[in-house]
Design a protein around this ligand. Structure first.
Ligand SMILES: [Zn+2]
Length: 84
């Protein structure tokens, strides 16, 4: 597997797939998430789909890139909302 390189400075000190902690309640951390509502007009069942954000951070310049683990599932929910 080829080493990842930072898109900003070209360094190979890249740390992929880091969890992003939002806050701590009673010592328990919560991952920051993105959310898509499959049925945004519904009052209760919005068919919400959430995916945890993951960060890729450069250990040289601090550049950060964000991604989700399961983009296909988010996209599916997103397109459902458009069709309805
Ligand atoms: Zn960098």
């Amino acid at each position: 597997m080829a080493a990842m390189k930072c898109g900003r400075c070209g360094s190979e000190k890249v740390m992929p797939n880091l969890r992003i902690r939002d806050r701590y309640d009673a010592g328990v951390g919560h991952d920051l998430e993105v959310e898509v509502e499959g049925n945004p007009d519904a009052k209760i069942f919005k068919k919400t789909h959430r995916e945890a954000l993951r960060a890729t951070v450069c250990g040289e310049c601090g550049n950060v890139g964000l991604s989700v683990e399961n983009p296909e599932a988010l996209w599916e929910t997103y397109t459902q909302a458009k069709d309805s």
